[in-house]
Design a protein around this ligand. Sequence first.
Ligand code: SF4
Ligand code: SF4
Length: 201
Amino acid sequence: MHPQLRSWYQRLSPAQQEAVSHINFLAEELRAHLLLEQFYLGFAILTDAVQQLHPSIPCPSGCSTCCEQGPPSQVTALEWELMVLGLRELPLPKLQAIITRSQAYQAGQPCPLLDQGQCSVYALRPFHCRAMGYCTIQAGETRLPMTCAPEQQRIQRALQGPFPSPAFMFLPQAEALYAHVQAMEPEIAALTDWLNTSSLV
Ligand code: SF4
Ligand code: SF4
């Protein structure tokens, strides 16, 4: 702390010092959230560029099969904090239904946040969900599109080339981007674990 600020701080009453600490804490939290939101915004610009460069690559719009069948997304603590803001905006019966689905969740079932084919907190969904269809991911010796198996076959046909296509070299790499998300907050857990261990109502 700057010496002048420190002497000003030391002249405050304990209650005022506590208030200042609280404000600082909130400012730090806000800064972290803003960083994550800026990252999401940057990634949205990147996915637009992918879409323009390779119109055949992104998933067909309106598909939610990976939300229905995929394993629960991995979510960092900071991503979860943003998701909680969206979850708390939901009508209480919807939120309670999500919690009930999460508590009963078993592998292969739809993501508890999926509601009539739509994500309940789409604007605040975590990076893992945002990356589907737009990134590549390491698979053994090669890189493949980060997407479902039928979609990989569709892309292979659309590109009519060897698989993996050289075009994938220009797609963002999911692991490299995820390193940025985890640099903001390394704690990570499955979405269902966050849902089952947080007090949301
Ligand atoms: S990855 Fe596959 S299942 Fe998921 S949205 Fe894209 S096309 Fe649908
Ligand atoms: S959080 Fe939303 S986008 Fe991600 S799997 Fe669940 S329903 Fe789909």
